[in-house]
Design a binder for this molecule. Structure first.
Ligand SMILES: Cc1cc2nc3c(=O)[nH]c(=O)nc-3n(C[C@H](O)[C@H](O)[C@H](O)COP(=O)(O)OP(=O)(O)OC[C@H]3O[C@@H](n4cnc5c(N)ncnc54)[C@H](O)[C@@H]3O)c2cc1C
Ligand code: SF4
Ligand code: SF4
Length: 429
């Protein structure tokens, strides 16, 4: 029977149409071949990337290509792309690895960012902005009814991350970084416990890439830190389980970001409605994983049903994901390695916002990597400058917001004091 080489398959469906017995099923990002296959071989010829192989096919060993860079960045989210962009700008040779075939897709985000925080990185561009918000509103929901509201102002954007993430990677490439998509880091090259490079698997086979510094920007699912012995484990208490629909056909103020708190809405978290342009919004919520007696998706369904303005809409995209909302990690570096963004759990514990934190960390990490490489010392001690700089700035704010998250338990999230704290955290002045 025909087998699928998953590292190559681009899930295009070309093989499905030529199979005379309907033995191939394309299930989004899985290609399944069933027992009806009678080895006619038609699909092999139809595949544009050579991702199918016949039974008994001997896999020829692909000799690992050994390459060397100053910096290898794993993961082309905002954290990884900004790290690669900055490192390349600083004159380093950089390789940016991304396991997805399309950077930025699928989106796992509500896409909200504050104007002031984004500006130091990139000039806002209508190509990757869905809506500009100037207002925010927090509603307290008790027993299904809105019992209080708090309104504020503050300029922000709801991004189109599918485009935004790719633009950041393009900036990295323009600055001189080499970008490889559909290439998954599978391990680290270690020498006496010090990181000396990355092992990866791409469409062309396995790769071993040596470098002076690896920057792990591989998101919430990060393995790069644990491979180097860093403890990045998340407790359920510090994990928000999130679900979101992009709803079309609704009527909301497209200049306002809405937040909803209340135990019945999202235990330990909140629901959001972020405008995505005329008649559309990202409507989602996050629940603290150890508190919820039901899935985030079921909470979301109930929330949408309870809001007549939203219930009339149709979901055109479903997003699910986990957000790390713990206190800052004590260690972000090992010899030859730094972690940034969700991989380093650098998300605001109160809001779950992590886009700009990841970008900031990516820039800091690249600056410290460049200094360390120039000095010929990429030991954990030298790279610890990144930890210090992080904790002197955004990390300190994260630690403060974690203390506030702990102080206001799930039952106190509707108190006026918490609403004041939350309004500051979301930038609604
Ligand atoms: C439902 C939801 C809503 C959110 N809403 C907001 C919001 O409104 N505002 C906000 O600021 N933040 C929000 N966040 C958080 C935000 O999405 C993240 O903090 C942000 O994307 C972190 O960026 P990053 O670069 O660290 O990681 P990511 O954006 O996750 O990028 C990591 C990249 O690494 C790649 N990768 C992983 N493993 C490997 C590997 N082994 N080899 C190669 N590549 C690999 C992944 O494919 C991915 O492209 C939300 C998150 C969720 C889940
Ligand atoms: S070898 Fe023939 S029967 Fe088998 S999956 Fe391919 S096209 Fe279908
Ligand atoms: S034709 Fe090739 S790349 Fe396309 S779905 Fe089939 S196996 Fe995957």
């Amino acid at each position: 029977m025909i087998k699928v080489k998953v590292d190559r398959c681009g899930y295009c469906g070309a093989c499905v149409g030529v199979c005379p017995v309907g033995a191939i099923e394309l299930a989004e990002t899985r290609l399944l071949i069933n027992e009806a296959c009678f080895d006619c071989g038609l699909c092999l010829a139809a595949c544009p990337v050579g991702a199918l192989k016949a039974e008994g096919y001997a896999e020829t060993d692909v000799v690992p290509l050994r390459r060397r860079y100053d910096v290898v960045v794993v993961g082309a989210g905002p954290g990884g792309s900004v790290a690669a962009w900055e490192a390349a700008e600083l004159g380093l040779s950089v390789l940016l690895l991304e396991k997805r075939q399309e950077i930025g897709s699928p989106v796992r985000c509500a896409e909200g960012v504050a104007h002031d925080l984004l500006m130091p990185f990139i000039e806002p561009d209508p190509h990757w902005i869905s809506a500009e918000a100037t207002k925010a509103q927090i509603a307290v929901i008790d027993d299904g009814a809105t019992v209080a509201r708090r309104a504020g102002g503050g300029k922000g954007y709801v991004l189109e991350r599918r485009v935004f993430d790719r633009v950041l990677a393009e900036e990295a490439a323009t600055a001189g970084a080499q970008v490889m998509v559909k290439t998954t880091a599978t391990g680290l090259l270690l020498e006496d416990g010090v990181v000396r490079g990355v092992v990866a698997r791409g469409p062309a086979g396995p790769l071993e890439i040596e470098c002076a510094v690896v920057i792990g920007a591989d998101g919430v699912e990060s393995q790069v830190g644990p491979w180097a012995g860093l403890d990045t484990a998340l407790s359920l208490r510090d994990t928000m389980a999130c679900a979101q629909y992009l709803l079309a056909g609704i009527e909301i103020d497209s200049a306002c970001c809405y937040y909803y708190v209340g135990q019945g809405v999202a235990p330990g978290g909140y629901a959001w409605v972020f405008p995505k342009g005329e008649g559309k919004a990202n409507v989602g919520l996050g629940v603290q994983a150890d508190l919820s007696d039901d899935s985030a998706l079921n909470y979301l369904t109930r929330f949408i049903e309870s809001q007549p303005d939203l219930a009339q809409g149709s979901p055109v995209t479903l997003v699910v994901g986990g957000v790390p909302v713990g206190s800052p990690l004590p260690r972000l570096v090992a010899g030859g390695l730094m972690l940034v963004g969700d991989a380093a759990r650098q998300v605001d514990p109160l809001t779950g916002g992590g886009i700009v934190n990841a970008m900031l960390a990516g820039r800091l990490a690249a600056e410290v990597a460049a200094q360390a490489i120039a000095a010929g010392d990429t030991s954990a001690e030298a790279l610890a400058l990144y930890e210090k700089r992080w904790m002197a700035g955004r990390g300190r704010k994260m630690a403060r917001n974690y203390r506030l998250k702990e102080r206001f338990g799930p039952n106190e999230r509707t108190s006026p004091d918490f609403l004041r704290v939350f309004a500051v955290a979301i930038g609604a002045k």
